[in-house]
Design a protein around this ligand. Structure first.
Ligand SMILES: *[C@@H]1O[C@H](CO)[C@@H](O)[C@H](O)[C@H]1NC(C)=O
Ligand SMILES: *[C@@H]1O[C@H](CO)[C@@H](O)[C@H](O)[C@H]1NC(C)=O
Ligand SMILES: *[C@@H]1O[C@H](CO)[C@@H](O)[C@H](O)[C@H]1NC(C)=O
Ligand SMILES: *[C@@H]1O[C@H](CO)[C@@H](O)[C@H](O)[C@H]1NC(C)=O
Ligand SMILES: *[C@@H]1O[C@H](CO)[C@@H](O)[C@H](O)[C@H]1NC(C)=O
Ligand SMILES: *[C@@H]1O[C@H](CO)[C@@H](O)[C@H](O)[C@H]1NC(C)=O
Ligand SMILES: *[C@@H]1O[C@H](CO)[C@@H](O)[C@H](O)[C@H]1NC(C)=O
Ligand SMILES: *[C@@H]1O[C@H](CO)[C@@H](O)[C@H](O)[C@H]1NC(C)=O
Ligand SMILES: *[C@@H]1O[C@H](CO)[C@@H](O)[C@H](O)[C@H]1NC(C)=O
Ligand SMILES: *[C@@H]1O[C@H](CO)[C@@H](O)[C@H](O)[C@H]1NC(C)=O
Ligand SMILES: *[C@@H]1O[C@H](CO)[C@@H](O)[C@H](O)[C@H]1NC(C)=O
Ligand SMILES: *[C@@H]1O[C@H](CO)[C@@H](O)[C@H](O)[C@H]1NC(C)=O
Length: 549
């Protein structure tokens, strides 16, 4: 009786124990992998070439702990297969790229949500059409995996897909992956991220119109893909689009106005096209914009005052466009809240012809200002930019002076490049006071004279000092001896007529680049001198004795 009672009480426990054992045996448990899916993975492995032996762990009993495999911890189903080739410091990407054939049996992974085969080398095969049957996929990454030919429209069956990355930057052959029509993309109603960089989309002329029907899209990369950009859309959907990259498509139309209805855009890259009417006043509608890249479109007619309304804009690149306007008239465009937000302004190679307007001094958050390779003239004005770290104005026609107390104007300066201008004047210790963060100083090819005392302490973090064609002599500049971290020095043609001191060969252990040519240096090159890490040394046109070791 008692016995019976106990048995009765234990029975469910006992049963569940037996059930649990059974589960383990069938790979059907809360832990461990399922037998059927393990077989699928082994079939997949059979078709694959694996020179780096990445799949060597695919022998253990439990497939859920195999390299790249992840199972659902509740059901035991394989939900993730991440075979991205990441290479390593020791092994080249190409040496451990998977290749071969992708077994059809993979469709047995009915619960697979995540598949990443990127950076491998399935040399020239097409994306298998049966990938369209992996109906649970949320993430599919076939970027740089060597697939060629048409993208199968069957992928349109993957209605749960959030991420689709088919981009290809390796050019294995002259053939590429391409799309034939785009209607199938309309079925990817959950899609948030699409990357088709470097595909050939010339046979999918309606792509953007199709994508415009996808409600969740937030990131769209369509660079260098022979994209057709429609001039008009009947309505603009894209409610969540934040990132849009249309660069390198050789589009030569007027910038379509519908782009400026994408009011949630944070990143817009139109670089490397031939867009006309680059910055219409509608740009002021893109109030979420953080990055606007318009480099290399040929011509920039003007910059509208509405630009100043972009209160989030941090990076603006207008380079490589022939600018037809007047820089000094842009004060309004660069006033307003852009003054607080803008961190990076690149405007190189654009034929800017004027003196440097004082409105640059209003951009108080600026960290990088690059105006190289224009025709700017005059002096470097006294504007104060408290956050500026990098200032590049090389290869212009600046023909005035530079203000003293640069350290007060630009206390955060790390890179200062004024080389190849016609600047004049005597630079003294006062110019460099308090530039305590300066690491890169390029003043070559100007008409500067440097006059400092032999006890001057230069900005001590300097790594590169280029003062070619400046007047530094006649004494050898002893202050460089204090720069323990210097790696590159160019004091060629600098009117130094002195003995090259012995310490010069030893003072900075990381020296890589030395140019002291075209001076009147005398003295001996010490025989104990080791070239160490040096990869450039020019001592020509001097009167030095001794041989290089
Ligand atoms: C199961 O997976 C979920 C989501 O990956 C995780 O949050 C949870 O901690 C896991 N549970 C166990 C027991 O590992
Ligand atoms: C796809 O893989 C590539 C290369 O491994 C990677 O750079 C990229 O970020 C991945 N795409 C997504 C959407 O995660
Ligand atoms: C599309 O998905 C359904 C259900 O997941 C599946 O039955 C069908 O075979 C798939 N079609 C293609 C072309 O992959
Ligand atoms: C798109 O979805 C519709 C309806 O769900 C379906 O009939 C059609 O076959 C799908 N097209 C493709 C290419 O998957
Ligand atoms: C892109 O595809 C079109 C149409 O198939 C073809 O004429 C063109 O040569 C392709 N361009 C490249 C660079 O592959
Ligand atoms: C763009 O937005 C304006 C309102 O700002 C609206 O009148 C116009 O129809 C929109 N254009 C498109 C193509 O959606
Ligand atoms: C770009 O477009 C121009 C004219 O529209 C054409 O001459 C040129 O060949 C195109 N370049 C490329 C790379 O497609
Ligand atoms: C703009 O795009 C070009 C080309 O892709 C790139 O080199 C440049 O760094 C970008 N500019 C900014 C400010 O990010
Ligand atoms: C600098 O160049 C500008 C433009 O060529 C010229 O008008 C100006 O007189 C020059 N200034 C000096 C100080 O040489
Ligand atoms: C600036 O430099 C001067 C002269 O070298 C020095 O006296 C002063 O303390 C420095 N100020 C700061 C804030 O570093
Ligand atoms: C030189 O470099 C070392 C190592 O990076 C660093 O610890 C040291 O502070 C640097 N010296 C100066 C003066 O910047
Ligand atoms: C350098 O030496 C040459 C002749 O040896 C002399 O003509 C020239 O004036 C000297 N230059 C300097 C800056 O001392």
């Amino acid at each position: 009786m008692v016995m019976k009672k106990i048995t009765k009480a234990l029975l469910p426990l006992l049963l569940s124990f037996i059930y649990f054992k059974l589960c383990l045996c069938n790979g059907d448990s809360t832990f461990g992998c399922r037998e059927g899916e393990k077989k699928v993975l082994l079939d997949f492995k059979d078709g694959i070439t694996d020179p780096g032996e990445l799949l060597s762990s695919w022998i253990d009993e439990d497939c859920c702990i195999w390299y790249g495999v992840q199972c659902d911890n509740q059901t035991g189903h394989v939900i993730k297969l991440d075979l991205r080739n990441t290479g390593s410091d020791e092994v080249l990407l190409s040496e451990q790229a998977l290749g071969g054939e992708i077994s059809f049996s993979l469709i047995g992974l009915k619960h697979l949500r995540y598949l990443d085969l990127s950076m491998n080398n399935f040399l020239g095969i097409r994306i298998p059409t049966f990938f369209g049957s992996l109906g649970s996929l949320r993430y599919l990454n076939l970027s740089n995996a060597g697939f060629l030919g048409p993208v199968p429209h069957q992928l349109g069956n993957l209605s749960h897909l959030h991420y689709l990355d088919l981009s290809d930057t390796f050019v294995w052959t002259s053939e590429t992956m391409f799309l034939v029509g785009s209607h199938w993309l309309a079925n990817l109603s959950s899609l948030q991220y699409l990357n088709l960089d470097n595909l050939n989309l010339s046979r999918a002329p309606n792509l953007l119109k199709t994508l415009n029907t996808l409600p969740m899209l937030s990131e769209l990369h369509l660079s260098d893909c022979y994209l057709h950009v429609p001039h008009s859309l009947s309505y603009v959907n894209f409610p969540y689009l934040r990132i849009l990259d249309l660069s390198s498509n050789n589009v030569s139309s007027i910038v379509p106005l519908w782009l400026f209805n994408l009011t949630n855009l944070e990143y817009l890259d139109l670089s490397y096209n031939l867009f006309q009417g680059l910055v219409p006043s509608d740009v002021g509608k893109l109030t979420s914009l953080k990055v606007l890249n318009l480099t290399n479109n040929g011509v920039l007619e003007g910059v509208p005052a509405t630009l100043g309304k972009l209160c989030m804009l941090e990076r603006l690149d207008l380079s490589w466009n022939n600018f037809n306007g007047e820089l000094i008239e842009l004060e309004e465009a660069f006033s307003g809240c852009i003054q607080k937000s803008l961190k990076i302004l690149q405007w190189t190679n654009s034929g800017l012809t004027s003196h440097l307007p004082s409105w640059f001094g209003n951009l108080k958050s600026l960290q990088r200002l690059d105006l190289s390779s224009n025709s700017l003239y005059g002096s470097l004005p006294q504007f104060q930019l408290p956050s500026l770290q990098e200032l590049y104005i090389s290869a212009n026609k600046l023909n005035g002076t530079i203000p003293a107390h640069l350290g007060k104007l630009f206390p955060e300066l790390v890179v200062f490049d004024l080389s190849s201008n016609n600047l004049v004047g005597v630079l003294t210790e006062a110019h460099f006071n308090n530039l305590s963060k300066l690491e890169y100083l390029y003043l070559s090819t100007n008409s500067f004279k440097l006059v400092v005392s032999s006890t001057w302490i230069p900005p001590l973090r300097l790594k590169e000092v280029h003062m070619r064609d400046m007047e530094l002599g006649p004494r050898f500049p002893t202050w460089i001896q204090k720069l323990e971290n210097i790696t590159s020095i160019d004091m060629s043609n600098a009117e130094i007529a002195d003995i090259l001191p012995n310490w010069f060969w030893y003072f900075s252990p990381n020296m890589r680049h030395i140019n002291l040519s075209h001076n009147n240096l005398t003295g001996q090159i010490p025989s104990s001198f080791k070239l160490l890490k040096l990869d450039f040394l020019d001592l020509s046109y001097n009167h030095l004795d001794g041989a290089l070791p």
